[in-house]
Ligand binder design. Sequence first.
Ligand code: SF4
Length: 517
Amino acid sequence: MPRTRRRLVVLDPATACGDGSPPGSDPAHDDDHFHDHCGVFAIHGHTEAANLAYLGLHALQHRGQESAGIVTSDGQQLFAHRAMGLVQDAFSQDQLARLPGRLAIGHVRYSTAGGSHLKNAQPFAVDYARGSLAVCHNGNLTNADELRAELEARGSIFQSSSDTEVLVHLVAMSGAAAIEDRVADALARVQGAYSLLFLTEDTILAVRDPMGIRPLCLGILPASGNSQRRDAHVVASEPTAFDLIGAEFVRDVEPGEMILIDESGVRSRRLAEQAPPHMCVFEFVYFARPDSRLGGKSVYEVRKTLGEQLAKEHPVEADVVIPVPDSGVPSAIGYAAALGIPFEMGLIRSHYVGRTFIEPQQSIRHFGVRLKLNPVEPILRGKRVVVVDDSMVRGTTARKLVKMVRDAGAREVHLRISSPPTEWPCYYGIDTPTRRELIASSHSVLEIARYVTVDTLGYLSLEGMLAAVARVPTPEVPARPATPPAAGSGYCHACFSGQYAIPFVATARKQVRLVGV
Ligand code: SF4
């Protein structure tokens, strides 16, 4: 039957802060870390769905700063707005007011090489033969290139370079009637890491991949009175998104589970056989907010325990322990406490680094790194200093930092990293450089120490990292004192070990990369 009415409304992107052109140089991203691609948030059954999605995305801003988007449903049609920039820049009050309805999904995205464009911003929203559909994704589909080539050969036209759009086509092409069956059909064809949110006119579906590589959790926002008589249900990448809106954490979405939320409530469906769990251990090391809980474990407590383990493996005589803020703080606290060395904030981070800047023509000492971090000279002068960071990728920032600490008068500089050397790229939704760019892939620890010009350098061992994570208790599961083997730990650690749980296959268009399984 011909449709006479548009069911999907896309707000004019020209009114957004970004125009689809790549953002300028971004010092906030110019550091030496892996970066998470995305954060997702959903709410079902609240009169202020768009506003609460906006706040939820705010709390997930650390997971992606390139673009933000929200799609809502008023029960009849979908309304979408996506824009480049931070959440606070991507939405005005007026734009939020033009996203009506009691259902919403939202997304924040981190820029990836070649992919910085509004067309790749999520959620994607389309009209198709069965209605309207929006989808957003945290992760990476490892066979997306294969599927895309197959779909294009059959006539599908893609609007973006994102792997998530493949899912939209697969759902649209399914022969099943119910949306949950269509999504199940689509997901039966994909491999990789995914925490996904789908939105139709009346339903939200939340799905986590069979290995649970990227996090996803379910919460409830209790009814608050006349305008909100029923509990609303929420889903987010991290439970910190619930704290900001007053929602309560219910549980993690299980690996391989689909959660359906509609007017009749919340239902669960198992999509895939339970595979050995492989949650990304780097979420604990760096990606997640320290005030989050993942798999029931406090991220802050895990980071502190990583620091304690680091002290066991690489103690040193020193006068002061300083973190590389912010992510190195809990590990530095654990390291200092374990060795009885004073902990100080010897580097101060600027929290007001904007998205664009122009570097002065005249060379300024340590300009790039100093824009974010500045040393506190009285803490450092004449001291033997231990600098604790969570990870090192290229080593370029560490080198500049060490020089800055030495220039501030430190007598000795000892660098401690609260994770193992990152030798391998990630294919599961994390922005990583090529293997060649990872300093640890081609240099020994001694060579890296020489490059970053430290007196000593110590990385946490893989076994030590996994043991430290296991030591932190969950409310339900007591701490496991034994050291678990690297394989079968319950966590993905491929970027440290090269042990990939899911193969990555790319077509010739993006060059074939088949990595070890
Ligand atoms: Fe996380 Fe590393 Fe595994 Fe990627 S490869 S999912 S960053 S542990």
